[in-house]
Design a protein around this ligand. Structure first.
Ligand SMILES: C[S@@+](CC[C@H](N)C(=O)[O-])C[C@H]1O[C@@H](n2cnc3c(N)ncnc32)[C@H](O)[C@@H]1O
Length: 189
């Protein structure tokens, strides 16, 4: 659960860094809605794009098996520090200060050829068209055959590109979040 200090620091980062894109962290309702698509009984390699102050990361670490790995790719240095503190005693977590666009190189550097899930909260609408398409292509490529891309977005701009890149896409909405009516997608490779 986010603390008051954590929420204040989140708001500070929102003001200073336009890529943060949300004024407060995602709600626990959204976290559960998205993470229900992860099979926590199986060992898995999970990547998170844009974990922020770690609301999804904490839930995933609490639920994943001891031999699973969670790779956190975050561009904001303040959030990276928070995530490093949060995961300092957990050898299953790898925190990387970088951009999601470099996921392929990041996975190579850490010895992973493919991953089971990618959870993403980055604002795809802030990326230019070419970068957005390239990131969807790379995301699809690094997923295992039965891998899933789990993504939540405030605007309805990603559904069509997701359907172009993935074989099956399920959409849900979560109203108990700030802002409400956020879209959550399960995109299967
Ligand atoms: C809307 S916030 C979501 C934060 C958190 N996942 C949550 O649900 O509360 C977006 C996050 O993505 C990060 N971010 C934005 N663009 C990114 C990129 N291209 N690569 C990695 N992180 C990015 C921001 O710094 C921020 O932490």
């Amino acid at each position: 659960m986010p603390t008051l200090t954590g929420t204040i620091s989140y708001i500070k980062n929102f003001i200073q860094d336009q890529d943060v894109a949300a004024i407060v962290p995602s709600s626990s309702f959204l976290v559960k809605r998205v993470c229900k698509w992860i099979d926590f009984d199986e060992s898995a390699v999970i990547v998170e794009y844009g974990p922020g102050n770690g609301v999804f990361s904490e839930y995933i670490l609490d639920n994943m098996t001891d031999d699973s790995t969670l790779i956190l790719i975050e561009s904001n240095p303040d959030f990276v520090e928070t995530l490093e503190e949060m995961t300092a005693d957990d050898p299953r977590a790898i925190v990387v200060e970088d951009r999601a666009e470099h996921v392929e190189d990041i996975l190579n550097e850490h010895g992973f050829e493919e991953v089971d899930y990618i959870v993403s909260g980055i604002p795809f609408s802030f990326l230019d068209e070419e970068t957005r398409v390239e990131l969807l292509r790379t995301t699809h490529d690094v997923l295992a055959g039965d891998g899933k891309f789990l993504v939540y977005q405030y605007y309805n701009h990603l559904e069509e590109p997701l359907r172009e890149h993935f074989s099956e896409v399920t959409k849900e909405r979560e109203y108990l979040n700030i802002p409400p009516t956020i879209r959550a997608y399960e995109a299967c490779k």
